[in-house]
Write a protein that binds this ligand. Structure first.
Ligand code: C2E
Ligand code: CA
Ligand code: CA
Length: 559
C-alpha cells in the first residue's frame, strides 16, 4: 500500500518553503527534500514572508532559520501569527544551537517543531511528514467543527463538546437556549441568498460577542442556533428580550421575527443529542403561535403526552355524542365593511376537560388520522346549517371549512364532498375549502385532487400563506382562488409592511383575492385596506361565534 506521503504518477507534490540565509544549508535541505516536495527558497525572513504571502495555498510547511539578516526567525513568526491565513501553514524551526530558550521562544510564537543542525535526513523527513499530517487533519477537523457562515460550532461538534462537558462536569447545572429565525426562506427569496447568509453571520456574531454567558454555541440547522451555559437564576424572559433587540440592532435585514425556546436546569442524565431534540420540540410549541415568542421546556410537556393518550381514547365517542361543535367567524369585505363569508372552526366541549380549543386536539387528530372523520363531520354540519338559514329566510354567506393534508389524501374527493351538498340542496358556490400551503405543495397527488375539487365549483383558500417554508413562487402551482395571509403577518404588520404589500400584489397579479386574518385593530385594518386586501377576518369584527350567535350575526349584518 502506498504511504499517503509517497507521490506517484503526476500527483501534485506538497510545497515546502525554506527560509535560510546560509546557501550551503539551504542547498542541503533542498537536496534532502526535493524528491518528495516542491521547494521554494528564500534567503532571508523578509523574502520568506513575501513568498509565504504569495504561495500559502500551495505550501504545506515552512522550514525557518532563526538567525538571519533583514528579518530574523522570531520576527517572521511574529508577522505570521498575526495573519490567520498565513498562520495555518505550520513552521519547523531549524537551528544550529540546542539552546532551549530559543526553542521556547519559537514555540511560544507558534512554531510547531524543531530540527537541529547538522541535519539528519531521515529525522528531518519523518518530522516534516508528521507535522504536515497533523496540520492537515486539524484543517479537516476545523471544517467539520465550525460552521463557515456563522463561525459557531456545527451541530455535530456542538453535540460532541456538549456531551464531553457534561461528562466532565457532572455536578454542574446547565441551561440551553434555542433561537429560530421565522420564515428564513422568505428572507432568502426577498433579499437574496447572500443577504440571508449575512443575517446568519450577523446572528453568529451577536452570539459570539454577547453570548448570554454561554460556554458554547452552534448553528443547529439552517436558521436555528443553540447556546449552552451554566445554570443561572436570572429572568430568562427578560434576557430574551435583550437578546432579541441585540440581534435586530445593526442587522443587515429588517422585518424578521425570532422565536426562542429555553430549557433551564437540563436533565444531564440524558444525552446531549436528546437535549437538543427536546429544545426542538419546545420550539414547535411557539412556532405557529403568533402571540408567543418564547417557550420553556417543562416536564409538563412529557405529561402532555399522557394526556393526549387519554384524549385519543375518548375521541370516537365524542363524535357520536356530538361533543364537537362548529363555530363561525365572520369575514368582512375590506372596502364596504359588509359581511362576506365565514370560517367554520371546530371546538370540543369535553365532559371532563371542558371547552377545548383546536390547538389542543387538531395536531393529535392529524397525527392519528381522526381529523378526516372530524372534518367530514364539520363539512356535513356546515351544509346543514346553511340549509337551515335558508329555510329560516336568512341570506347565507359562503363558509370556508378547514381541510388538513390527510383529508385530501384519504377522502375519495370530490364525490364524498358532494353528498351533503346535494342532500341539503345547497349551492356549491357557498362552500369553500381552506388548505394550508404546506399541505398542497410538492405533491402531485394532492395538487390533482385539489384541482378536481376546484373544478367542481368549490372555491379554494390557501390558508396560513407565508408561514411555511415554501416559496412565494409556489402559489403559481397551486390551484387556488383566495390567498389567506398568515396571522403572523398581521401581528407584525408594522415591521413587515413591504412583504405584506408584495404578497397582496402578487396574489392580485395572479388573479386571486386576499384575506387577512387575525385583524384586531383599526390601524391594522387601514394598512391592509391601503394595500388592497379584499377581506378581513378577526376580532376587530368578531370572534368565532357559536352557531346560534352567528345566526343572529347574519340577521344583524344585512348584506
Ligand atoms: P386557522 O385556520 O388559521 O384559524 C384561525 C385561528 O385564528 C382561529 O383559531 C381563530 O379563532 C383565530 N383568530 C381569528 N381571528 C383572530 C384575532 O383577531 N386574534 C386572535 N388572537 N386570533 C384570531 P382557532 O379557532 O383556535 O383554530 C386554530 C387552528 O385550528 C385553525 O387555524 C385551524 O388550523 C385548526 N382548525 C380549527 N378548526 C378546524 C377544523 O374544523 N378542521 C381542521 N382540519 N382544522 C381546524
Ligand atoms: Ca383556516
Ligand atoms: Ca389561518
Amino acid at each position: 500500500m502506498l504511504n499517503e506521503f509517497e507521490t506517484y504518477g503526476n500527483q501534485k507534490k506538497r510545497g515546502i518553503l525554506i527560509v535560510e540565509d546560509n546557501d550551503i544549508n539551504r542547498e542541503m535541505l533542498k537536496s534532502i527534500l526535493e524528491d518528495k516536495y516542491e521547494i521554494t527558497e528564500a534567503a532571508d525572513g523578509l523574502i520568506g514572508l513575501e513568498k509565504l504571502k504569495e504561495g500559502y495555498r500551495d505550501l504545506s510547511l515552512v522550514l525557518l532559520d532563526v538567525q538571519m539578516p533583514n528579518m530574523n526567525g522570531y520576527e517572521f513568526l511574529e508577522h505570521q501569527r498575526n495573519d490567520e491565513l498565513l498562520s495555518s501553514v505550520p513552521v519547523i524551526v531549524t537551528t544550529g544551537s540546542t539552546i532551549s530558550e530559543d526553542e521556547e521562544k519559537c514555540l511560544a510564537l507558534g512554531a510547531s517543531d524543531f530540527v537541529t543542525k547538522p541535519y539528519n535526513p531521515r529525522i528531518i523527513i519523518r518530522r516534516i511528514e508528521a507535522i504536515i499530517r497533523l496540520s492537515e487533519s486539524m484543517a479537516t477537523l476545523k471544517a467539520v467543527e465550525f460552521d463557515n457562515i456563522s463561525g459557531l460550532y456545527t451541530k455535530a461538534a456542538f453535540i460532541h463538546h456538549f456531551q464531553r462537558y457534561m461528562d466532565e462536569n457532572k455536578d454542574k447545572k446547565l441551561d440551553m437556549l434555542m433561537i429560530n429565525v421565522e420564515g428564513f426562506s422568505y428572507i432568502n427569496e426577498l433579499y437574496g441568498v447572500a443577504k440571508g447568509e449575512q443575517l446568519l453571520k450577523h446572528i453568529g456574531n451577536v452570539i459570539s460577542v454577547c453570548n448570554f454567558g454561554a460556554i458554547m454555541s452552534c448553528r443547529y440547522t439552517t436558521d436555528r442556533f443553540i447556546l449552552m451555559r451554566v445554570h443561572s437564576d436570572s429572568d430568562v424572559s427578560k434576557e430574551v428580550v435583550v437578546y432579541n433587540e441585540k440581534i435586530h440592532e445593526n442587522s443587515p435585514v429588517s422585518g424578521f421575527v425570532l422565536k426562542f425556546a429555553v430549557y433551564t436546569d437540563v436533565d444531564t442524565s440524558v444525552s446531549a443529542a436528546s437535549l437538543c431534540e427536546r429544545l426542538s420540540v419546545t420550539m414547535k410549541t411557539v412556532r405557529r403561535r403568533y402571540d408567543m415568542q418564547l417557550a420553556f421546556y417543562s416536564t409538563e410537556m412529557a405529561n402532555r403526552a399522557k394526556h393526549l393518550k387519554k384524549m385519543e381514547e375518548s375521541m370516537k365517542d365524542a363524535l357520536k355524542e356530538k361533543q364537537f361543535s362548529v363555530y363561525y367567524q365572520p369575514k368582512h369585505d375590506a372596502k364596504t365593511g359588509e359581511i362576506a363569508g365565514a370560517e367554520a372552526l371546530v371546538r370540543w366541549i369535553h365532559p371532563v376537560h371542558g371547552f377545548l380549543s383546536p390547538a389542543d386536539f387538531i395536531p393529535l387528530f392529524e397525527e392519528n388520522g381522526f381529523i378526516t372523520k372530524l372534518d367530514l363531520y364539520v363539512w356535513n354540519t356546515v351544509c346543514e346549517d346553511i340549509r337551515n338559514w335558508i329555510n329560516d329566510g336568512i341570506k347565507p354567506v359562503p363558509v370556508s371549512v378547514n381541510a388538513s393534508r390527510r383529508d385530501i389524501l384519504s377522502i375519495d374527493t370530490p364525490e364524498r364532498l358532494l353528498l351533503p351538498i346535494n342532500e341539503n340542496d345547497v349551492d356549491i358556490g357557498l362552500l369553500h375549502i381552506e388548505i394550508t400551503e404546506s399541505a398542497s405543495v410538492n405533491d402531485n397527488v394532492i395538487l390533482e385532487k385539489v384541482k378536481a375539487v376546484r373544478d367542481m365549483g368549490i372555491k379554494i383558500e390557501l390558508d396560513d400563506f407565508g408561514s411555511g417554508q415554501s416559496s412565494l413562487g409556489t402559489i403559481r402551482d397551486i390551484p387556488t382562488d383566495i390567498i389567506k395571509l398568515d396571522i403572523s403577518f398581521v401581528r407584525n404588520i408594522e415591521k413587515q409592511k413591504e412583504i405584506v404589500k408584495m404578497i397582496i400584489s402578487l396574489a392580485h397579479a395572479l388573479g386571486h383575492k386576499t384575506v387577512a386574518e387575525g385583524v384586531e385593530t383599526k390601524e391594522q385594518l387601514e394598512i391592509l385596506k391601503d394595500f388592497g386586501c379584499d377581506y378581513i377576518q378577526g376580532y376587530y369584527y368578531s370572534k368565532p361565534l357559536e352557531r346560534n350567535e352567528f345566526r343572529q350575526y347574519l340577521i344583524n349584518n344585512k348584506h
